[in-house]
Design a protein around this ligand. Structure first.
Ligand SMILES: Nc1ncnc2c1ncn2[C@@H]1O[C@H](COP(=O)(O)OP(=O)(O)OP(=O)(O)O)[C@@H](O)[C@H]1O
Ligand SMILES: [Mg+2]
Length: 355
């Protein structure tokens, strides 16, 4: 036995319509310390996962028999239950087969030929490492977001308590000065100073709101969004509708903040890039997820084409949702504009329905 760690806790599902091949590979994995199960069709794979038998990885055949779900469709469907890494496995290496899998998220591709066992094992090991890295990256990015939010909250408090208080004091001093001096000469100067202080106050309020969004003070995400959207409408003069299926949704502070930042970025993107005449934000519940849809009637864009190294907004939205095992999807075109749908799973026991 070598010094490799034995991956005892990992469960692999082999999806292959050729049962004998599936069993062969299952034994191969078991010999190396994995746990393994088989499914002889995409339908069976989906059934098992829907029933809660969620593997850590799927080795997926691409073609799963005539008139059957293929590996691509099966992957798409099981991804709706859980974010499971998939390694593709196929006897076919022709262009059409490979092309079919191009836009799939996959963690490797193995040629299904006899005697390829070591190659399968190595690919699967690599897929697990890749997944680990991905998880590390997500954790790190969540951590950086947390640190940033903490810093923001700290700065908001300092600005409020320190700068804000100084401005209040200065205003009071001005009032005293006004009473104590001859009006003719000082009144215009004092008026100018008061205006400058008012402008500073208002700027500070905006800054604090930006740094410490209203979710920080209310547990209810619906109320926080409603509040933000009213302010947003005033600031950018874009008609923005807000509707919610439910009156209150209590998510907990960190999750609320994630949802809030997602909506904030989507709204900012709309006014920055879309020039819309109207935006709508809808909050709804779907099974056990909170769903927020932000739709604009602006220019639209082609999501993949606009992925640039300097754009972190969309990536940030996705990371914030993934942190809670949720997702952000974007549909956009030049005819109807852009729709951002954020979905965050939640156990709604604290929910108060709109009745
Ligand atoms: N609602 C929208 N309407 C039109 N184009 C959009 C919309 N949202 C995003 N885009 C396009 O997608 C690109 C990427 O958006 P993303 O938020 O990731 O980056 P950004 O807004 O350019 O920069 P930042 O990193 O500051 O957010 C934008 O540059 C823009 O071209
Ligand atoms: Mg942006």
């Amino acid at each position: 036995m070598s010094d490799e760690a034995v991956p005892q806790d990992k469960l692999i599902m082999i999806v292959d319509d050729e049962v004998v091949i599936g069993l062969d590979i299952m034994h191969l994995f078991e010999e190396r310390g994995y746990r393994a199960v088989t499914a002889s069709s995409g339908e069976e794979c989906e059934r098992q996962i829907a029933a809660g038998d969620v593997p850590d990885l799927i080795l997926m055949d691409i073609n799963l028999g005539p008139n059957r779900m293929d590996g691509r469709e099966t992957t798409r469907r099981v991804q709706e239950y859980a974010d499971i890494p998939v390694v593709l496995h196929s006897a076919y290496t022709d262009r059409a087969t490979i092309q079919k899998t191009r836009d799939m998220t996959k963690y490797g591709y193995v040629h299904k030929v006899p005697g390829n066992g070591e190659f399968i094992l190595a690919t699967v090991e690599m897929a697990f490492r890749l997944r680990e890295r991905e998880q590390m990256y997500r954790d790190l990015s969540a951590h950086i977001n947390d640190v940033r939010e903490e810093q923001n909250a700290f700065m908001a408090r300092e600005i409020h308590d320190d700068v804000g208080q100084s401005i209040v004091a200065l205003k009071m001093n001005l009032t005293m000065l006004e009473r104590a001096t001859a009006p003719a000469e000082t009144t215009p100067i004092i008026a100018t100073m008061r205006e400058a202080l008012d402008a500073a106050s208002s700027k500070i309020r905006t800054l604090i709101r930006e740094l410490r969004p209203p979710v920080a003070d209310t547990a209810d995400i619906v109320e926080a969004l409603q509040w933000h959207i009213r302010e947003f409408e005033k600031t950018f003069s874009v008609a923005t509708q807000f509707t919610s299926e439910v009156e209150r949704v209590i998510l907990g502070r960190d999750k609320s903040l994630s949802v809030f930042r997602i909506v904030q970025e989507a709204l900012t993107n709309s006014v920055r890039h879309g020039n819309p005449s109207e935006i709508s934000v809808e909050v709804g519940l779907e099974e056990s997820s909170l769903v927020v849809r932000i739709a604009d009637d602006g220019y639209g864009f082609v999501p993949a084409e606009n992925a640039s190294k300097e754009s972190f907004g969309i990536l940030g939205m996705q990371e914030r949702a993934q942190r809670w095992n949720g997702s952000v999807t974007i549909e956009s075109n030049s005819r109807t504009g852009t729709v951002v749908t954020a979905m965050v799973p939640h156990d709604f026991e604290h929910l108060e329905a709109d009745s």
